[in-house]
Design a protein around this ligand. Structure first.
Ligand SMILES: NC(=O)c1ccc[n+]([C@@H]2O[C@H](COP(=O)([O-])OP(=O)(O)OC[C@H]3O[C@@H](n4cnc5c(N)ncnc54)[C@H](O)[C@@H]3O)[C@@H](O)[C@H]2O)c1
Ligand SMILES: O=C(O)CC[C@@H](O)C(=O)O
Length: 525
């Protein structure tokens, strides 16, 4: 009988469902990482919320683990690459707590508009300070939404009900979807300049970290009020404190913090600052939803192999699986590459297959491309829901099957249409097994896409590779593999290097300082 550990506080429905489905279950919460590592070896499944950190060390100790189930949305407490490397399926419950979290954002917006926590504390202290608390109306105010996915779109809907004007910044929001949501799609600078209230609803990614940086906070309208029910790390907390003190920011409400649990913060005690201890998902309704969903999904997987809402595996039939498996890996890497390298709003994507790939079921390949592409921007996408999400966001997905003979026995090409132009990458399978990039934005290359990589576009000139190698050596960066391609001699050249550690902003800045460098980025696969 499979055995599951519930290691965070979860509605009792979860344990009940596991038992009903023939899964043995232990509920043991509050363990330290070492204690968890010592006990995890006996379990086939681990059901968590946000407190348990499923690190590489835990996964290394988890000799029997087959599935991690997150009762909630964000999986930033799970090391997904390590789980994938160990063949552990990671699942979440993408929709169970969205309404609840959206309602919390709206609650915090009201709390800020009318200074409810401070007025409550003052009244209960017997002060009756009627003249101290002068609020603002929400009606006719502009709400700036950063992130217009599941939760953001519910917030927009509720805010429109309050007669607010909603503007949204989200690279995946198509003009059609914006119209459907009744919001105005804007760029970030416009949102900062126009919004009376700003609410954040993005995952924490390399692109969103510090999205409300000091500079961006300074660009906001004087008197702005800010709400964050998404993830700590989206806002520069020190800069927020200064701007609350100066009065430029008239109020801020945080449900999430850079360090959690946030038992101390310079923001605590600041006037017009409201906080809650990561309560966004904490309603009985949402907790029942996510507990039922996670237990059903995990039990399905452990008992019958069914896969739902997995973030790191495709759902496939038993016959197709072995043939498609290497293509899925290739497709996901190509999607991820083009997603990481493309900036600007996406409107369409074409997935072309030729040679041996053209003989296969193209749908899973397309799903894998879309999952890789969208995972750059959202935690909640998986191979199952990727096509649905792409459609919902108005992304025009084209599948093309070529009969022609090409240079490679099998080829998958991905082309995205963005407002900055079309971008195309292509890959093949070496030995029918190993994914290999063979073309990048029209330049022939040959590269593995794995682990952490440094991507550099430079002017093709003698001495550049030596200068880059010297810089990386000086910075203690170990190069694993080195791939090079160029358009024409003396034209534009592309370098893709695999490196042992994640590429830091500091290293990017130093590489950018080398003569001839046009573009430099860190990539992860
Ligand atoms: N406070 C809580 O308890 C709580 C509860 C549930 C969810 N969350 C968090 O809320 C966040 C949003 O959840 P969701 O279900 O709406 O996710 P979602 O994936 O449906 O939506 C996220 C949206 O952010 C957009 N986005 C990604 N990068 C962006 C960028 N650079 N700029 C602007 N937009 C960008 C995506 O395109 C997507 O539309 C997640 O981080 C989730 O973990 C918090
Ligand atoms: O489990 C919780 O309480 C928080 C969940 C929330 O952060 C999520 O991402 O779903």
């Amino acid at each position: 009988m499979p055995k599951v550990l519930i290691s965070d506080k979860m509605d009792p429905k979860a344990a009940q469902i596991f038992r009903e489905r023939g899964v043995e279950v232990d509920e043991i919460t509050g363990k330290t990482p070492d204690e968890l590592a010592a006990m995890i070896g006996q379990y086939d499944g681990l059901a968590i919320r946000s407190s348990t950190k499923v690190t590489k060390a835990i996964l290394d100790a988890a000799t029997n683990l087959k599935v991690v189930g997150r009762a909630g949305i964000g999986v930033d407490n799970v090391d997904i690459p390590s789980a994938s490397a160990k063949g552990v399926v990671v699942m979440n419950t993408p929709f169970g707590n969205s309404i609840t979290t959206a309602e919390h954002a709206i609650a915090l917006m009201f709390a800020l508009a009318r200074q409810l926590p401070e007025a409550d504390a003052s009244t209960q202290a017997g002060k009756w300070e009627k003249n101290r608390f002068m609020g603002v109306e929400l009606t006719s105010k502009t709400l700036g939404l950063i992130g217009a996915g599941n939760i953001g779109s519910i917030v927009a809907d509720r805010a429109r009900g309050l007669r607010m004007k909603v503007i949204a910044f989200d690279p995946f929001l198509t003009p059609e979807r914006a119209i459907e949501m009744g919001v105005e799609k804007v760029d970030l600078d416009t949102l900062l300049a126009r919004a009376d209230f700003i609410t954040l609803h993005t995952p924490l990614t390399d692109q969103t970290r510090n999205i409300l940086s000091r500079d961006n906070l300074l660009r906001t309208k004087a008197g702005v009020r800010i709400i964050n029910c998404a993830r700590g790390g989206l806002i520069d907390e020190a800069a927020l404190k200064e701007l609350l003190d100066s009065g430029h920011v008239a109020g801020a409400a945080l449900d999430v913090f850079v360090t959690e649990p946030a038992t101390e913060s310079p923001l605590f005690g600041t006037a017009n600052f409201v906080s809650t201890p990561h309560l966004g998902a904490s309603t009985s309704e949402a907790q029942v939803n996510v507990a039922i969903q996670v237990a059903e999904q995990m039990a399905d997987y452990l008992v019958s192999g069914g896969v739902t809402n997995a973030l790191n595996v495709p759902s496939l039939s038993a016959e197709e699986a072995p043939k498609l498996k290497p293509y899925m890996a290739l497709a996901e890497k190509l999607g991820s590459l083009v997603g990481q390298l493309s900036h600007g709003a996406l409107s369409g994507i074409a997935i072309e297959v030729e040679g041996a790939a053209a003989e296969l079921n193209q749908k899973p390949i397309t799903s894998a491309v879309l999952a890789g592409l969208m995972r750059v921007h959202t935690d909640t996408v998986n191979m199952v829901n990727a096509p649905f999400l792409a459609k919902e966001r108005g992304l025009d997905v084209r599948e093309v099957r070529h009969d022609r003979e090409g240079d490679y026995h099998t080829l998958v090409r991905v082309t995205v249409k963005t407002d900055a132009g079309d971008r195309s990458v292509a890959g093949t399978l070496f030995g029918n097994e190993a994914p290999r990039l063979v073309e990048l934005f029209g330049i022939k290359v040959e590269a593995d896409l794995a682990g952490h990589m440094l991507y550099v576009v430079n002017e093709d000139a003698p001495g550049f590779i030596g200068r880059l190698g010297t810089l990386l050596g000086t910075e203690g960066v170990n190069i694993g593999t080195f791939h090079l391609g160029r358009r024409d001699a003396g034209g534009e050249a592309v370098l893709l290097l695999s490196v042992d550690e994640a590429v830091t902003p500091d290293l990017i800045a130093k590489v950018r300082g080398l003569a001839g460098v046009k573009t430099v980025m860190g990539l992860s696969f």
